[in-house]
Design a protein around this ligand. Structure first.
Ligand SMILES: [Zn+2]
Ligand SMILES: [Zn+2]
Length: 163
């Protein structure tokens, strides 16, 4: 692959791009969210919003709406944490990269799981209490911006490995 520049992609954009990729696996038509959990600059888990394994998918059967929310799906952040729970991976002191600002329930869960840094790509109903909680417990939240230059270099459509 030809590289236009010798400059390497910053870690925060690299991890966020993983979350964007994961969001493409979402099974809910309402919103596609991806989440990547990182510890010591290593990806330890990933998730996207989708049904409980074995249940039907929103994209096949339509969403299951109660009080204006789709209740079928597990949020991306929770799926990533649950992957750690399932395989016994510690989350204490880890960071998470999420494509959308996490909801209040996910924020509480992430903080309780020991996540110390929350990075998000796009604002999404940013919850005031969630923001306050993040500060209260001494965690941090920041918005990551993706620079076109790194991703245009991928030239995905022009290489032999794309079919
Ligand atoms: Zn749905
Ligand atoms: Zn959530």
């Amino acid at each position: 692959m030809k590289s236009v520049t010798n400059e390497r992609i910053p870690w925060n954009q690299y991890f966020m791009a993983q979350s964007v990729l994961l969001s493409l696996r979402s099974t809910c038509a309402r919103l596609s969210v991806g989440a990547t959990i990182v510890r010591d600059k290593r990806i330890i888990a990933g998730g996207y919003n989708g049904s409980v394994s074995g249940d039907v998918h929103c994209i096949d059967e339509g969403c299951y709406i109660v009080d204006g929310h789709c209740v079928r799906t597990i949020h991306a952040e929770m799926n990533a944490i649950l992957q750690c729970a399932k395989f016994g991976i510690p989350t204490e002191g880890a960071e998470i990269y999420v494509t959308h600002f996490p909801c209040l329930q996910c924020t509480k869960m992430l903080l309780q799981a020991g996540i110390k840094k929350i990075h998000y790509l796009t604002d999404y109903r940013n919850d005031e209490y969630a923001l306050k909680l993040i500060q209260t417990v001494g965690a941090t939240v920041d918005q990551v911006k993706l620079s076109k230059k790194y991703f245009s270099e991928l030239n995905l459509g022009e290489e032999d490995y794309i079919r």
